[in-house]
Design a protein around this ligand. Sequence first.
Ligand code: ADP
Ligand code: MG
Length: 734
Amino acid sequence: MKKSRITIRHAISGRLRFNVNEILHAYERAVSLEKWLAQKNGITKIEVRAHSGSVIVCYKHKEIKPEQLRELLIQALEIHPKQARSSRMPSVCAMSCVKCDPSEKTKRKKQSLFDSLLGIIALTLFVGYVIIRRVISKSPAAQGIFSLTSLVSLIASIPLFRHAIADLRHGRHKSLFPFLACSILLGIAMGEAMTALEVIWILRVGMLLEDYVAEQSRKAIREILQIAEKDTYIFVNGIEVRICADELNPGDTVVIHTGEKIPVDGTIVRGQAIIDESHITGRAEAETRGENDIVFAGTIVQKGVIFIHAEKVGDDTYLCRILQLVEDSLENRAPVEQQADILAERLFKIGISATVGTLLITLNPFRAFTVMLVMACPCATVLAASTAISAAIANAAKNHILIKGGLYLEMVGKADSFCFDKTGTLTIDVPQISEIISFLADKTENDVLELAAIAEIHNEHPLAKAVMKEAEIRGILPRSHVTCEFVLGLGVTAQVNGNKIMVGNSRFMNQGGIDISFFAEEAEKRVAMGQTLIYVAENQTLHGLIAVGNTLRPHALSVLEYLRKDGVKNLHLITGDTEPVAKHLAESLGFDDYKAELLPEDKAYHLEMLESSGCRVVMVGDGVNDALALSRASVGIAMGAGGADVAIEAADIALTDSDLKRLLTLRQLSRQTLRVIDQNYWLATSTNIFGMVFGAMGLLSPLMGGMLHIVHTLGILANSSRLLTWKGDNGKTA
Ligand code: ADP
Ligand code: MG
């Protein structure tokens, strides 16, 4: 089926994600589209991701409508027509994710690493040959413009020249690559081809090592997020038919046997199996799953045979979407690149001044050349942040934390305010029902519960899950409804046999004109004990009430205590639940402030107010009602395992197993990454200054200037790769 040109993948007020097939892998086009769209009125933030073919727009909904944004996008595509595909391919997505050909990409990546290695070996052999020749036969290699050394230098510099030309074409005149290309050409022209060759060697080793660290990071992620096997079985007309996983469709019945990996998200329709779900939930123990249980792609059947009704296949499965996020995180490093660009530009200016200064003061072109070489080699500056961030993102993924970009990793450590949603974030995924009360003489507790279950049957809200679980325990099989409507932060309505069921909080009942005042006193008592109340009504008559306990997730208190000790000034609870429940929880957990009865836009507004007062805010949430706030915060963290898809989509970071302690690991990792980047910058800058001063004084030969780079580039890579194996202490040091 051919997809339309532009489709909306996700929409929440103020934020849209479009799928645009035409920009898939069109990297240069994506950059120009982004620049063009960023200037349009009403757009507050824009991200064009060529590796996933998506455009994410944050906009002021009072100034511009989604339809207008779509029009703008179409216009932008027309103004910036298709160019030849950029040679830079997205480098991850090497997992066996159906629809993308992972093996092809992995092969390509490996091939390019192999090519680089071959190039370096050839260069090393040549340099070795020249040195041995000099030592043994005491005949230094010719270094003149027309010598073999010059020719080899020029050939080996081709990738560098390409980089330099691309930078110049894109207006990045002050980037280090053109500077370096100039210094190489100058070196050859001055009869210092050997030095030029050596600099190229260092540069290529540096780039290879950078690729290696990034590849290691990807490998680490791939190991924990392996998905479907190539072939699978579907059940057609009573027989099992073997097909390629790519050909699966929603609605198929997939048969999975012992030892196989589940390729779809769906519901078990027959059979029972012990399933290892550690990739999704992080729990090491396998779970027994049977009929009507939901299973996820990427999990493994340890024992048993199950028939699964496929609901989501291919790119739409939970794990594939998570993979997409991880892929984004490794590719989407714009802010950090910007930082490296800024630094590189500064170094460029200092480098030019230092070179010209040395030449004017000493009148010695060799000294000036040494200074130029020391200042020009960009490896260290570029590697300082990027390698540390790749390694940290991989480490986080191993810890079930998926980070969508280096910037967010950086900001979690710097944040001074944390806002927490309550239901599903601080409280457990499926809360416990503590009491059911029927208000009508002819209705039992079970009747009230069944009515609620009919309305909640498709809902993913933690309270809905609590209702469904209690119904299951009591053996109630709810009838299906005709239509239902979820009202965020309030409840749900459903139509069944011409009757209207309403299930939700007191505000929802008031809005629906249902009188609940006669129960006010009793309700208050329960609410004061910290219970959340769900009212159940049919055709404007209140049938009863369900009281739900707010059981906290393990470690909720210790996590908050840690954050406080770690310098977080504002700890806020922002919830859609009632004031007394919020107050009770806020006091028992030691929050600085709380806001209750908030609708999604109120949560987002609260964050905006905090941010406008100069705070750097992290929002932690799980539900659809948190999506807007998650996208507005400096950093949005979604509780993945039980959380809503849209929340995971809108967030910058997702925890795949909803363990709150991951927040501590994340914050510590962020700090550690910042420390490593700082150390790297210091190392790079101090060696540069050292080389510059000694070069200008004539105490460093051009060759030694180049050697200096080997030392600090290797130092930086070694320092960054410490992050691959870094282990936090889960908050013990706070
Ligand atoms: P939180 O912000 O704490 O995560 P929500 O905004 O999701 O809470 O919900 C706010 C309130 O709305 C809940 O406390 C509950 O009273 C009511 N509510 C929301 N969704 C539902 C639902 N599906 N069933 C019953 N009540 C609901
Ligand atoms: Mg919630």
